[in-house]
Design a protein around this ligand. Structure first.
Ligand SMILES: [Fe+2]
Ligand SMILES: [Fe+2]
Length: 150
C-alpha cells in the first residue's frame, strides 16, 4: 500500500530524533561533526518539503483562524530551528556554547514534532482523504529533491 505523507513524515521524525541523540552522545568531535552534517542534510529539505506541500495544501483549503494560527506556529518553529542551525554553524563543536545551543535545538525539535504530529496532522486528516495524503507523499519527495538540487 502506498504511504501517506503523514506516515512518511512520522518516519523521518523518528530517524532525525534518533540522529540527534547520537550527536549528543557522540564520543569524538569528528563523529559529532559528521552526524550533525548528516542531520542537517535531512532536516533542512524535510522542513522545506513540509512548507511547500503540507502547509501550502492546508492554506489552500481556505482555513479558519485556528488553522491559520496552527500553520503560522509551525512556520515560526521552522524559522527558529533554522536560526539555531545557523548559530551552531558558526560555533566550535567542542565548545560549551555549541552544546548548550544544540540542547536547545534538540528540545525545540521535540516540541515542534509534538505540535506537528498532534495538531497539524489532525488538521490534515480533516481536510484530506487517504488518496490525497498518498499523493502528497510524492509531492513531498519531489519538493525535497528539488530543494536539494537547487
Ligand atoms: Fe516535520
Ligand atoms: Fe516541521
Amino acid at each position: 500500500m502506498p504511504e501517506t505523507i503523514l506516515n512518511k513524515l512520522r518516519k523521518e521524525h523518528r530517524e532525525m530524533h534518533a540522529l540527534l541523540h547520537e550527536i549528543q552522545t557522540a564520543r569524538t568531535n569528528k563523529l559529532r561533526k559528521e552526524l550533525f552534517a548528516r542531520w542537517k542534510e535531512e532536516m533542512i529539505p524535510h522542513m522545506e518539503g513540509e512548507e511547500v506541500t503540507l502547509h501550502t495544501k492546508i492554506l489552500n483549503e481556505t482555513p479558519g483562524e485556528f488553522t491559520l494560527r496552527l500553520v503560522e506556529e509551525n512556520n515560526r518553529e521552522h524559522h527558529q530551528i533554522k536560526e539555531l542551525i545557523q548559530k551552531l554553524n558558526f560555533l566550535d563543536t567542542e565548545s560549551k556554547e555549541w552544546l548548550k545551543t544544540f540542547l536547545e535545538l534538540e528540545q525545540l525539535c521535540s516540541i515542534h514534532v509534538e505540535h506537528e504530529e498532534g495538531k497539524l496532522f489532525a488538521e490534515a486528516k480533516e481536510d484530506f482523504g487517504p488518496d490525497e495524503l498518498e499523493q502528497f507523499a510524492y509531492e513531498f519527495e519531489e519538493a525535497k529533491h528539488h530543494h536539494m538540487n537547487s
